[in-house]
Design a protein around this ligand. Sequence first.
Ligand SMILES: N[C@@H](CCC(=O)N[C@@H](CS)C(=O)NCC(=O)O)C(=O)O
Length: 307
Amino acid sequence: MNSSPILHHFEASPFAEKIRAIFGYKRMAWRSVLIPMAMPKPDVTALTGGYRRTPILQIGADIYCDTALIAQVVDRLQPDLPLASNQHPLAPMVAAWADSTLFWQSVMNTQSPEARARIFQGLTPQQVQQMRDDRAAFTSGLKRPSATDAGAQMQSALRRFEQALTDQPWLMGQQATVADFSVYHGLWFITRAGLADSLLAPWPAVRAWYARLAGLGHGSRTDISSTEAIALAAAAGNHAAVEVLPGLGYAAGDSVTVAATDYGTEAVNGTLVGLDTDRMTLERSDPRAGLVHVHFPRLGFELLKAG
Ligand SMILES: N[C@@H](CCC(=O)N[C@@H](CS)C(=O)NCC(=O)O)C(=O)O
């Protein structure tokens, strides 16, 4: 039986590229479900219960949301070339900064008509309009930097990366960590917009590091359909072990909602089955996917008792 993880993603997604590159680094086999770039996404929300961001990772009837958590799960599945190590305890915090701050700097550096045209290459004018409308609603609660501010902020970040990479191969030191992949996907977006040559020109160590990451490939990918993935969830019959730790204000069996706090804030309702200071897990039942466990990181998400 094929037990490789299933990534639900689309090719142009930078956050998905973060996970695809980790699969490449770890030389992993994985299954790919291509999902729509914009709502509606009925086959995604059948699995998640409402969360619609890209990517999600499926292992049987366990659904992992957000790449901070997905990276940890992939690291546990394939512990060779570990991304988490006791030597670099702060790497996930640098990664969180890159995912929430550097990423939007990258997006705001690609607002010129030429850059936008490259990003939307291959889409019909109708699809471009659909994407614009979808993303306007998706990010309506988010305050992003202006293009001018983002340009300056990005130069400042690149200068620090150059300094770090001048005498070490990876951002945190001698080993790759999740921070490398979180910084990488923002620059991947810039590259797709055709702006890497000009933006990275002054930074040779960053260019060499980026080329190494881009050259990792994506591991070994097999495409399956979303219908197949949903059927696999329904047939799984068991879930990863989780528990609700005491002292965190909740009990197993509580009826709760979880939602992202920054953008794409659609809430997921369910029964709490797992909770610690890093993660939370909701159980929910779906007519097609069956009894699924939906896992979230605590950072960036709000847990509430259902009213
Ligand atoms: N913090 C999230 C961010 C994910 C994110 O913003 N993904 C973008 C695509 S790169 C998205 O969801 N766009 C809207 C969509 O795909 O529906 C993560 O790390 O997974």
